[in-house]
Write a protein that binds this ligand. Structure first.
Ligand code: NAD
Length: 498
């Protein structure tokens, strides 16, 4: 039984306050260990430690800072197998999928190695007589990240990489459901040479989150999780004068045009709809075939593929997906399937009754497929976050486009077509932050930025890519004048460049 406290100043530290929670193993429903639910005092200890360590780190030249990241990448590669197994056992996803989770995080650390370049300022020589203007980017100081259960390696690394490369100290509050990998990541950074205190992990729930939101020494908060919490964190953090970027839930549509390659489309939908049991913010949860004939062909091909999905324990590398993260999540998703039937949608594949032989206490369900879903149903409007795909039939392209455009969420969207003109029109007019053209999960590569629109994101800068460096640094602009001028006497008119 593992007991996780906090990781502060490069060491494991016991929590105060006495609260803790079980860490489960979703594939068989057993208890793996306990994680501390930290207190305000625990958070304060981490902040003070980070605050003391940060100035020396910021003063370290950026090339030396990023050498720590290079070493970290090596250490993770050496430990990839055991990290992926730990991740799969705590989260429920399969081991190959867990490796993808880690890899997509490492890619942002790789891009963060470009910090010396990303942090360069601008310079104008001779902006006025004897006047030069230049800008520089400086770290904010102590910053924090609050992350969800569904990518316990990738999302913490999306935040830690750019924040520490830019010279900040970072406090991570990972999901209390799968804290093991984030804690190991922090240890590996210290092994890679990161000064103690530059990355502290404080485990916990709302109590620690609220302490982060109110702490005067934390200058910025990067959050990823569900929309109601994203909205709450954004309002409270910004009311307290902090920078905040808060990414929320999703309902991602895939539009299937009559000319789409149907084999490719069905493969894409199966992977994007059911991979990781649908617990991805970029999962496709709504398929929108255009025209009756397209819809009939699509549903006819999807049915046997959904029925044939292989559900298995997280340690079975041949499984398509594993269990859901918790018993409550399983009950919630099954509840949505019950609701869809009541609302009048047609359940053409029912995975609710699935049990995994030998793992009867695990949180499994099979894939579910709904046809004839309509836009007024709750199963369409709300995020289900499980292996449930809804087909909503559109008569025309315009009718299909209207669906993602009018939806509350705007994270990802895709169009499958052979028509370049339709694809261009779609990319230009769709009201969604990340668009795929014949690509079902358009998570941008690490040197672009990631972020949704509408109810999927609060704040104005995206995650990773150049935006991450803007978010975790502040700009200072210097106007300098050499060598004469001041001694000529005071000037009472505002200086201009005329
Ligand atoms: P969640 O909102 O329940 O939890 C996210 C974080 O907030 C956790 O660290 C949790 O401890 C904390 N938290 C939970 N309740 C809180 C409260 N009342 N007050 C303060 N803090 C609280 O989300 P989750 O279930 O861990 O993750 C799944 C959600 O995350 C889905 O909605 C998914 O779409 C979303 N997500 C979004 C993105 C994105 O980039 N847009 C990426 C991944 C996941």
């Amino acid at each position: 039984m593992q007991e996780l406290g906090h990781f502060i100043g490069g060491e494991h530290v016991a929590a105060t306050g006495g609260r803790s929670q079980d860490v489960m193993q979703p594939m068989d429903g057993t208890v793996r260990g306990k994680v501390a639910l930290g207190s305000k005092d625990d958070l304060r200890k981490a902040v003070e430690n980070a605050k003391a360590a940060q100035p020396a780190w910021a003063a370290t030249n950026p090339q030396r800072r990023v050498r720590v990241l290079m070493k970290f990448l090596d250490l993770v590669q050496q430990e990839m197998d055991s990290l992926a197994e730990l991740l799969a056992r705590e989260h429920g996803k399969t081991i190959p999928d867990a490796k993808g989770d880690i890899q997509r995080g490492l890619e942002v650390v790789e891009v963060s190695i470009g910090a010396p370049h990303m942090m360069k300022g601008e310079f104008t020589d001779g902006a006025g007589p004897g006047i030069d203007v230049y800008s520089m980017r400086q770290p904010l100081g102590v910053v924090a990240g609050i992350t969800p259960f569904n990518f316990p390696a990738m999302i913490p690394l999306w935040k830690i990489g750019p924040a520490i490369a830019a010279g900040n100290a970072f406090i991570l509050k990972p999901s209390e459901r799968d804290p093991g990998v984030p804690m190991r990541i922090a240890e590996l950074f210290v092994e890679a040479g990161l000064p103690k205190g530059i990355l502290n992990v404080v485990n916990g729930d709302k109590e620690v989150v609220d302490a982060i939101l109110d702490d005067p020494d934390i200058k910025a908060i990067g959050f990823v999780g569900s929309t109601p919490i994203a909205q709450y964190i954004y309002s409270r953090a910004t009311a307290n004068g902090k920078r905040a970027q808060c990414f929320g839930g999703a309902k991602n549509h895939m539009i299937i045009m009559p000319d789409a390659d149907m084999d490719q489309t069905v493969d894409a939908l199966i992977g994007a709809g059911y991979g990781s049991a649908g617990e991805r913010c970029m999962a496709v949860s709504v398929a929108v075939p255009v025209g009756k004939e397209t819809a009939d062909r699509l549903v006819e091909r999807l049915i046997p593929r959904v029925e044939g999905l292989k559900v298995g324990p997280s340690t079975d590398a041949s499984a398509d997906f594993g269990p859901l993260v918790t018993k409550q999540a399983l009950e919630r998703v099954k509840g949505y399937v019950d609701l869809g039937i009541k609302e009048g949608a047609k359940l053409v594949v029912d995975g609710r009754g699935f049990t995994m032989q030998g793992y009867e206490d695990g949180y499994y369900m099979g894939g579910c497929l709904f046809d004839n879903v309509t836009s007024d149903m709750r199963i369409y409007k709300e995020e289900i976050f499980g292996p449930v795909l809804s087909v909503i039939r559109a008569n025309t392209y315009e009718e299909a486009l209207k669906l993602p455009n009018e939806h509350e969420y705007g994270n990802g969207v895709a169009i499958f077509t052979r028509d370049g003109d339709a694809a261009r029109d779609f990319a230009a007019r769709v009201e969604v932050g990340m668009v795929g053209v014949n690509v079902p999960i358009p998570v941008p590569i690490a040197y672009y930025t990631f972020g949704g629109w509408k109810g999927s994101a609060f704040g104005d800068l995206n995650q990773h890519g150049p935006d991450a460096f803007r978010f975790y640094t502040k700009t200072k602009t210097v106007t300098s004048r050499w060598p004469s001028g001041v001694k000529d006497g005071a000037e009472f008119v505002i200086p201009t460049m005329n």
